[in-house]
Design a binder for this molecule. Sequence first.
Ligand code: ATP
Ligand code: SKM
Ligand code: MG
Length: 178
Amino acid sequence: MIDILKGVNLYLIGMMGVGKTTVGKLIAEEIGYRFVDTDEVIVKAAGKSINEIFAENGEAEFRKLEGDVLAQVCAYTKLVVATGGGIVMQQQNWSYLHHGLIIWLDSPIQIILQRLAADDTRPLLQDADMESKLRSLLEQRQPMYSQADLHLIISATETPEDIATRILATIPSILKQQ
Ligand SMILES: Nc1ncnc2c1ncn2[C@@H]1O[C@H](COP(=O)(O)OP(=O)(O)OP(=O)(O)O)[C@@H](O)[C@H]1O
Ligand SMILES: O=C(O)C1=C[C@@H](O)[C@@H](O)[C@H](O)C1
Ligand SMILES: [Mg+2]
């Protein structure tokens, strides 16, 4: 795997809670790549949580930081990059994502709702009606996510290890198409 990838970065995109961070770490470990999470880099650089950045600086500032981090990250090779769920909405970010292989982790909203019901670390989901909020975000983002090189629909019973294995098994066929 490591040989056929030739150092090309893997970018995981998709909605909040779909498992980009969890699965990304497993893939990186498996193929000997380094793991980077754009959300984690932003939090470290800003010295505050994502909730605090949204509350104190606003979403627009968060999106600017996110774009800056992505621009820096794509200068490196041999990375698995877990991105924030909204990274796909800035057109400029696609010029960076297309430097690597883009993998869309997609799962039914009900699965995401179950996972994030008790999680208050995602400012965009601090809404009385989390389900409607998720649906409306997905509706806006779906056309962008669908520009990925690989679209993986995740079922409720698949473990992060299953998903990582499925991604790695599929990569050779996407590389051939390119
Ligand atoms: N396949 C899975 N099965 C069960 N739980 C999972 C699975 N993948 C992720 N989780 C759990 O769901 C939660 C969200 O996962 P994770 O943080 O990896 O999502 P994310 O896509 O990185 O979200 P964000 O865009 O907000 O960063 C975590 O608690 C994680 O342990
Ligand atoms: O889907 C989104 O817009 C977000 C997802 C998270 O990864 C964080 O980047 C932040 O909570 C925003
Ligand atoms: Mg994440």
